[in-house]
Design a binder for this molecule. Structure first.
Ligand SMILES: NC(=O)C1=CN([C@@H]2O[C@H](COP(=O)(O)OP(=O)(O)OC[C@H]3O[C@@H](n4cnc5c(N)ncnc54)[C@H](OP(=O)(O)O)[C@@H]3O)[C@@H](O)[C@H]2O)C=CC1
Ligand SMILES: N[C@@H](CC=O)C(=O)O
Length: 393
């Protein structure tokens, strides 16, 4: 099976390395072309800067898109599908925007479009979700979907190092996006949550407009110490529920008690859960970012194509509507401004430097926090877990 890799950065290099180890079932895979940027000097014989040469090469069976970003990734994926090449991508940003188009064009051309590595890096999450959907409706998804932000929060918690130092380490380790603001501002989680929701509810939604997103850019060492005193650990979560004809989704920092599995998800690991009627809660854990785990998931997709393994068919026929008040949470807020008035409907209680508000519809909380951020751009918030007997809240 002949493969063309578009983009030779962290993931592209990983795919090349694993294929060239030719171990077990990868022995029949062969990298024929690697697309590099124009003006870049090729340092491997497979390298070319000519996308048309790749598209027009009849011997290329699979195109692996790991350029990142929206264009030209979108354009190249569509062109490859139209040239009857199977496409595999790790690029969640482009999938979240164009999942419906990619699905349609791949069907029309009788080729596969697979993207296991785009959500959860090396974790077989898409495959697990698709398997669950063979039997159950999945009506809740919740996950630590971003390796970089998890690495940052975990390192800050364990070592007390400042945010920017830890972010730099995540970049050096190959976990972060080319623009790491996608990791720390929750955009990457939003992309992955939307892809998961697209599959779970058979509903195509884009990560813009109504999806409430609050990232971890503003978290401080003092916040971490405070949460620690409360016996809690903070994680950046993507969460969606579906009830009747409605669904909701949110990306926000969330506190967990020390005995929750989420609290024990360290380093670049992700932990993604689904809920189905007969399976109950199913959790998937593994390295959510990094060269080899991500490349491993890319190659699993290539092997699925090689072995003619079908994935779930998507039709996007559901008519569920987004409801911003489907879930209500308690939240802890840190801001220098007095916002008791703003939150007066939600039983605000001042706890030292923090304000705790109760039973706030998620969409409303994010609208109110936007107003807080206009006056105090350093403000931070996190949702609180269900109260337990005798636990601090
Ligand atoms: N790193 C990870 O852990 C994971 C990454 N992903 C996704 O995989 C994709 C790739 O990520 P990653 O490998 O980390 O990113 P990198 O930035 O390391 O690699 C991308 C490579 O593609 C090159 N490139 C970009 N645009 C073009 C173009 N138009 N023509 C030719 N080459 C181009 C870049 O060149 P240059 O350096 O010159 O810009 C770079 O070498 C992204 O979509 C990312 O979100 C998914 C899961 C995990
Ligand atoms: N930047 C992403 C890479 C994998 O998707 C992350 O940190 O999770």
């Amino acid at each position: 099976m002949n493969i063309a890799i578009l983009g030779f950065g962290t993931v592209g290099t990983g795919v090349y390395k694993i294929i060239n180890q030719a171990n077990r079932q990868t022995q029949n895979l062969h990298v024929k072309h690697i697309l590099i940027r124009k003006n870049k000097k090729p340092d491997l014989p497979e390298m070319t800067d000519d996308i048309d040469a790749i598209l027009n090469d009849k011997d290329v069976d699979v195109v692996v898109e790991v350029l990142g970003g929206i264009e030209p990734a979108h354009q190249y994926i569509i062109a490859a599908l139209k040239h009857k090449k199977h496409v595999i991508t790790a690029n969640k940003a482009v999938i979240a925007q164009y999942m419906a188009e990619f699905t349609k064009v791949s069907k029309e051309n009788g080729v596969k479009f697979y993207f296991e590595s785009s959500v959860g890096g090396g974790i077989p999450w898409i495959q697990g979700l698709e398997r669950a959907l063979r039997i159950d409706d999945v009506n809740k998804i919740q996950g630590i979907f971003n390796g970089t932000s998890n690495f940052i929060l975990d390192q800050m918690h364990r070592t007390g190092e400042p945010f920017n130092d830890v972010l730099m380490q995540a970049q050096q380790l190959g976990y972060a996006e080319a623009d790491p603001s996608a990791d720390i501002d929750g955009i990457d989680v939003a992309n992955k949550l939307c892809i998961s929701v697209d599959i779970a509810y058979d509903l195509f939604i884009k990560p813009d407009g109504e999806l409430p997103i609050f990232g971890i850019r503003n978290i401080t060492e003092d916040d971490m110490a405070h949460f620690d005193q409360l016996g809690m650990t903070v994680k950046l979560m993507g969460i969606s529920h579906q009830v009747g004809n409605a669904f909701d989704y949110v990306v926000e920092p969330t506190l967990y008690y020390g005995d929750a599995l989420e609290a024990h998800t360290t380093d670049n690991y992700n932990l993604i859960s689904l809920h189905g009627k007969t399976i109950g809660v199913l959790k998937f854990m593994g390295q959510g970012a990094g060269q080899l785990p991500t490349a491993n998931a890319v190659i699993q997709d290539i092997l699925d194509i090689f072995q003619n393994k079908e994935h779930l068919k998507r039709e996007f026929k559901s008519t569920f509507k987004y409801r911003s008040d489907l879930t209500k949470n308690n939240y802890i807020v840190r801001t220098e401004i007095d916002c008791s008035q703003l939150f007066k409907r939600f039983e605000p209680v001042v706890r030292g430097d923090y304000l705790v508000v109760h039973n706030v519809p998620v969409g409303e909380m994010h609208r109110l926090m936007k107003r807080v951020l206009q006056k105090d751009e350093t403000a931070f918030m996190a949702s609180l877990p269900e109260k337990r007997e005798g636990a601090a809240k």
